[in-house]
Write a protein that binds this ligand. Structure first.
Ligand code: AMP
Length: 304
């Protein structure tokens, strides 16, 4: 089963304490699409300018990513730049140039409208809703969001939540959205606002998953070398959505737990190199090997 993904497609400039790379492929949809494509075919929706490298369209073709829904318009591609502190966790946004993103109205090719699985990657909630309105009968909707929309588009976000099956957000966003300090309470409060499932990411400390009466806490894969954390959350969301779409009808809580571990595994690969470079060379076999190591590591026994 394929997964329709809408979000930003960007050219990012990222600086860490040791490296800086300019105008490399980024954006929530770029990371999510490549993450999901390891499990399911992807139908991508977004916008790029006439400065966007044609080679990316060629690359997507090799990765079961259908880019018919990516508009190429006159102007410059959306640009974002950020700088990481020594902890490789704290990040400051240095600049944002919306460019062609400013007047983006997502269009869906006819073949996209019957999509069952949808991932609304990080963009303004009004645009996420606009895409959802154009899908005939979405069966499972995953959405991501960010602090910016909680602060500037709260009403749109609140209206979207009842239409979402799985909301993915990070710990500070969950606290900001609910005004709760306890993440456990925040997870439950977000579920009350609509989504049947809520995944709260805690960066290098893993993630929490809330269902109706179910709860799962997943660690993060232990990595020594982190080169660029950009897009880890988007890759996590793409991996989860792609895995769930591939699981098709079998969406019990065990499937969500596995999806979360696969999402974490993909995110761990993503941060090993700048931009999407590690995901470009990643193989299914490497994912499976790390999944097994991570799964074994996550299980614990109580010794009496
Ligand atoms: P993350 O590290 O998961 O927060 O995602 C980083 C990606 O989000 C970068 O590749 C940026 O291009 C993209 N991004 C940054 N700001 C925005 C925004 N306001 N809307 C959509 N995408 C954004």
């Amino acid at each position: 089963m394929s997964v329709l993904i809408v979000g930003s497609i960007a050219l990012d400039t990222v600086k860490t304490p040791v490296e800086e790379h300019a105008d490399q492929l980024g954006g929530s949809a770029s990371y999510a699409a490549l993450g999901a494509s390891f499990f399911s075919p992807v139908k991508l929706v977004g916008v790029v300018g006439d400065d966007f490298p044609a080679s990316e369209f060629e690359f997507w073709k090799t990765r079961q990513i259908d880019a018919e829904g990516v508009q190429r318009v006159k102007g410059r591609t959306f640009r974002w730049s950020g700088e990481y502190a020594w902890d490789m966790n704290t990040r400051e946004t240095k600049s944002i140039s919306l460019n062609v993103f400013e007047h983006f109205r997502p269009e869906l090719p006819a073949s996209y409208r019957s999509s069952d699985f949808v991932l609304l990657a990080n963009i303004a909630p009004a645009l996420q809703a606009h895409v959802l309105d154009r899908i005939e009968k979405p069966r499972f909707v995953v959405a991501d969001t960010m602090d910016l929309w909680i602060e500037t588009a709260r009403a749109d976000l609140d209206a979207l939540l009842p239409r979402v099956d799985l909301l993915i957000l990070n710990d500070s966003e969950a606290r900001e959205l609910t005004k709760e300090t306890s993440l456990i309470r925040a997870g439950r409060r977000i579920r009350d606002a609509g989504p049947k499932y809520v995944a709260i990411k805690k960066g290098e400390h893993g993630a929490l998953l809330f269902g109706e009466d179910e709860f799962f806490s997943c660690g993060a894969y232990p990595l020594e070398d982190i080169h660029d954390p950009t897009g880890a959350g988007d890759t996590f969301a793409g991996g989860m959505a792609g895995y769930l779409a591939a699981a098709g009808g079998e969406l019990n809580f065990a499937a969500f737990r596995r999806a979360m571990i696969y999402g974490s595994v993909l995110a761990s690969f993503n941060v090993e190199a700048f931009s999407l470079e590690r995901l470009r060379t990643l193989t299914k076999r490497e994912i499976e090997e790390r999944y097994q190591v991570f799964r074994a590591m996550s299980q614990f026994e109580v010794v009496a």
